[in-house]
Design a protein around this ligand. Structure first.
Ligand SMILES: O=P(O)(O)OC[C@H]1O[C@H](OP(=O)(O)OP(=O)(O)O)[C@H](O)[C@@H]1O
Ligand SMILES: O=c1cc[nH]c(=O)[nH]1
Ligand SMILES: [Mg+2]
Length: 204
């Protein structure tokens, strides 16, 4: 089962995001807030190590992140989730994977890939929409082929079909989402969903 973000702010923000009259400027800001909530939840269990720190008053033991973090947006809509994560984790590396669904078949075509070194890292694959799961499964395949081991998936909205596709293909990958929606329509759009995320984010 996916980790569902139940924070009241997430419910409030996603309601504005669904509203069809919400314009790209507000849409981007709402996406920013939800991405922060998702990233906070998905990094709760990050490995830490102890470090010595000197306060103005005395020495004590502090903690720092023990392993490098990587965020991999699935282009293009996933780009909207990168900036808030970079703001929270300034040392994060960014890998890019370009996937675009065919409008007739809903099958995702891979058109771009550039990854930083992935061995020994925690990888957050981010894409606001998890519909059939075809894009997410393909992206996680690529991350694993390139050496990523500890992977999690962050979505703003997930459909049951997409959740099942990831759980079947990559049972080791936890899914974090702000909403578990009802179903897909015959064009493989999420219901109730929020329409085409990339188009609403970028005004296309
Ligand atoms: O789970 P799936 O059925 O694969 O659908 C989800 C994918 O569809 C959307 O991208 P799209 O292909 O529309 O590309 P875009 O982000 O460039 O608009 C979305 O951002 C996901 O990547
Ligand atoms: O509902 C959907 C499904 C795929 N991609 C989107 O942007 N929205
Ligand atoms: Mg799109």
């Amino acid at each position: 089962m996916p980790h569902l973000i139940k924070h009241p702010l997430a419910l409030h923000v996603i309601t504005r995001l669904r509203e069809k009259t919400t314009k790209p400027a507000e849409f981007r800001s709402l996406c920013h807030h939800l991405s922060m909530l998702l990233a906070l939840e998905a990094t709760r269990d990050l490995a830490m190590r102890e470090v010595a720190v000197n306060t103005p008053l005395e020495a004590c033991i502090g903690h720092e992140l023990a392993r490098p973090l990587v965020v991999v947006p699935i282009l293009r809509a996933g780009l909207g989730m990168v900036e808030p994560i970079v703001a929270m984790f300034p040392d994060v590396s960014v890998g890019y994977i370009g996937l675009e669904r065919d409008h007739e078949t809903a099958m995702a075509r891979n058109y771009y890939c550039k990854m930083p070194p992935l061995a020994g890292t925690r990888v957050m694959v981010v894409d606001p929409m998890l519909a059939t799961g075809g894009s997410a499964v393909q992206a996680i395949d690529v991350v694993k082929q390139k050496g990523g081991g500890e992977i999690c998936m962050l979505n703003v909205v997930a459909a049951p079909e997409g959740v099942k596709a990831i759980e079947d293909a990559h049972p080791d990958v936890p899914i974090y989402t702000c909403a578990l929606d009802r179903a897909l329509n015959d064009k493989k759009y999420i219901l109730p969903g929020l329409g085409d995320f990339g188009d609403r984010l970028y005004g296309t």
